[in-house]
Design a protein around this ligand. Structure first.
Ligand code: HSO
Ligand code: ZN
Length: 448
């Protein structure tokens, strides 16, 4: 990781009023990712191997990559043995509280009743939803254990009514799995936990193996190998599997004005910065003077040096930036252009500014709403679009686990009303069978 010359952990600073738009955008560029082609070259043989050789291949990758050489089966099936989910009471309570809040918020996303619209007399169009039957939920391993991600994927899947939930997570070197993840798997009624990570876990869920159930959709964050593998299997029409969204490293953009508490602002920047060296944090400082900017910089440095993951923070802060702007409007313009995964508003009357948010994964409003409440327990989902994909994707939500099916139901009168339009367009497209499917019925009505 890079360090500034004097060893201070500090973000570079630019002023939007004095730099060109191109310079501004350059400063806001996400840390570059390895080329997708290079990653695909690595993951494709792994995916092919697991598709062809099933459990045997899956296990051998887990032995190799996770060093879990004692593992003899790549899956544990429900009911999960209680000794695999021994937790202290505070942790159980925390998971249970978070579970209930996430459940409440996602259950509220259910449609009250199927949609029905009569577009013309006798022409009724409807839409109803059904759960995706089998879902694969990927829980990353790496530098932190993430049972919260198991909650963010498992709870909405359960609320949606998915029949089969398969979790996958890389095991530890001794072959075991984090007990918190097993407890969440148990709570959401998962069918099994695949003890594997990376492209091999994605392939196992996409194609199925002797012991891993094939799924219809794979969701969950992961490193570049996991992401490339998800893209690869979702492009294989023979796999019949979809994915949630493309994923990149995590990021936060904080907009702070004179009202903001420098210590709070720094704490939010750092909670995102500690995720990984490739995380990016952006501060947009609205009309702050040198003294206020320095107060935030000092807090960043002082709080960071006291963190256990200070080395990771050094890495992410090295490619993070403070942008000085004069107005909230300018701050919002830049934020919408950046399209942050997380947007934190530490500004006066923060709620009023939400109207101006056009692109963001999730918004945290006001000084009492740190991102970490949304990461864990408030109820909102933390599986969100990164890398600017908030411009076109939504975060994981109830609909991520559902399909919407439409239907139409016409009366004879309805067919008479809409039939001439149908027949005329069929004529334009020179699809005569289409036209006659209407005509034959109209003739029948007329006793012809
Ligand atoms: N901020 C992360 C989610 C997370 N934080 C998990 C803590 N654990 C990406 O949205
Ligand atoms: Zn987080």
């Amino acid at each position: 990781a890079e360090k500034s010359a004097d060893g201070r952990i500090t973000m570079q600073r630019i002023n939007s009023a004095t730099v060109s738009e191109a310079e501004l955008l350059k400063a806001l560029q996400r840390p570059s990712q390895k080329s997708p082609e290079a990653i695909l070259k690595i993951v494709t043989p792994i995916i092919d191997d697991v598709r062809k050789n099933g459990d045997k291949a899956l296990l051998s990758y887990t032995h190799r990559f996770e060093k879990a050489t004692s593992l003899t089966s790549p899956v544990i099936k429900a009911p999960f043995p209680p000794e695999l989910m021994k937790l202290d009471p505070e942790t159980i309570k925390a998971i249970d509280t978070s579970y209930e809040n996430i459940k409440k918020f996602h259950a509220a996303q259910k449609e009250d009743k199927p949609l029905q619209v009569e577009t013309m007399p006798g022409v009724v169009c409807g839409r109803f939803s059904r759960p995706i039957e089998r879902v694969g939920l990927y829980i990353p391993g790496g530098t932190a254990v993430l049972p919260s991600t198991a909650l963010m994927l498992g709870v909405p899947a359960k609320v949606a009514g998915c029949k089969k939930l398969v979790l996958a997570s890389p095991p530890r070197a001794d072959g075991s799995i984090t007990p918190e993840i097993v407890y969440v798997a148990h709570k959401v009624g998962a069918e099994s936990i695949v003890l594997a990570g990376g492209a091999q876990a994605v392939a196992a869920m996409a194609y199925g193996t002797e012991s891993v159930s094939k799924v219809d959709k794979i969701l969950g964050p992961g490193n570049q190998f996991v992401t490339a593998a998800k893209m690869h299997v979702s492009n294989d029409t023979n796999a019949g599997v979809s994915i949630d969204m493309p994923a990149g490293p995590s990021e936060v953009l904080v907009i702070a004005d004179k009202d903001a508490n420098p210590a709070f602002v720094a704490s939010d920047l750092l909670s995102q910065a500690e995720h990984g060296v490739d995380s990016q944090v952006i501060l947009i400082a609205v009309d702050l003077d040198e003294q206020q900017l320095k107060a935030i910089d000092d807090e960043v440095h002082n709080q960071a040096t006291a963190l256990p993951r200070v080395d990771i923070v050094r890495g992410s802060i090295a490619h993070s930036v403070t942008v000085q702007v004069n107005t909230i409007q300018e701050a919002m313009r830049i934020s919408n252009e950046y399209a942050p995964e997380h947007l934190i508003l530490q500004i006066k009357d923060a709620a009023k500014s939400v109207d101006q948010v056009m692109n963001a994964g999730s918004v945290f409003i006001g000084e009492w709403t740190p991102e970490s409440v949304g990461d864990y327990s408030a109820g909102v989902n933390h599986s969100l679009p990164t890398y600017g994909f908030a411009k076109q994707y939504s975060g994981v939500n109830l609909a991520s686990f559902m399909k919407h099916i439409t239907c139409s139901n016409l009366t004879a009168e309805g067919l008479k009303n809409v039939g001439s339009a149908v027949m005329q367009l069929a004529k334009v497209e020179e699809l005569e069978a289409h036209r006659r499917a209407v005509e034959i019925r109209i003739k029948h009505m007329n006793g012809q």
